[in-house]
Design a protein around this ligand. Structure first.
Ligand code: DC
Length: 216
């Protein structure tokens, strides 16, 4: 008998608060938390190490072929490792990675690889997976889809409070207008406006919409 665990998908724009919400929902439902943005960030970090310009999509495609990415699960959430080296939050959130990640993430071959890796994680058990295309492309058949939004003003303020100076509006523009798997509200997703909710309020809004039984 095939075992098909549930995947809760959470998509949304940069700094909408979806990572904090997804992590807590996963903890409370006993699921593995997967931050797919970190997978694109790890690929970007590794591509930048090769010294190529991330604006050059063909060079990114070629560089990515030589990069091995792993997503080991530690303490209920996936980490990201490049060629066996686990990356820190500082590596993943550095300014060069913030500037380059949307350029690397628009390359179709990079996306195809990471989407395959993301689907394979479902073999490990129930997941809460967050990103930009999880409900639309990675797990379009999931019955448990969310889209967490917040105003641009609130999102920019959140990034500044986290000590980042990147332009979320520019990243959103690239993520929403790229040809392959742009950021969209997935069909059937419940939209939560997180502009004025507390973290607990947003977590509760997701939990309230889920079936009562634990994920199987
Ligand atoms: O969630 P984040 O801001 O850390 O994501 C970083 C970038 O990765 C984001 O600007 C777009 C890209 N991304 C993507 O294209 N698809 C995903 N599923 C997750 C992230």
């Amino acid at each position: 008998m095939s075992f098909e665990p549930s995947v809760i998908t959470i998509d949304g724009p940069a700094a909408s608060g979806k990572s904090s919400v997804a992590r807590l929902v996963a903890q409370r439902r006993g699921a593995i938390y997967v931050n797919t943005g970190n997978m694109y960030r790890a690929m970007t970090w590794a591509v930048l190490q090769t010294g190529i310009d991330p604006h050059n999509a063909e060079a990114v495609r070629l560089a990515a072929e030589g990069i091995t990415l792993q997503s080991p699960v530690v303490d209920g959430q996936t980490q990201v490792a490049v060629n066996g080296h686990t990356l820190s939050q500082d590596d993943l959130n550095s300014d060069p990675v913030n500037r380059g990640v949307s350029l690397v993430a628009r390359v179709p071959e990079v996306r195809a690889r990471l989407v395959a890796d993301q689907r394979a994680l479902a073999d490990l058990g129930p997941l809460v997976m967050e990103g930009r295309d999880i409900g639309s492309v990675v797990f379009p058949d999931s019955p448990l889809k969310f889209y967490i939004d917040a105003s641009e003003e609130v999102r920019s303020a959140r990034r500044r409070a986290q000590g980042h100076t990147d332009q979320v509006a520019e990243r959103d523009r690239l993520d929403s207008t790229r040809k392959t798997s742009p950021l969209v509200v997935p069909d059937g997703a419940i939209v939560i406006d997180n502009s004025h909710l507390t973290l607990e309020g947003a977590v509760q809004a997701v939990l309230d919409a889920l079936p009562a039984s634990p994920l199987t």
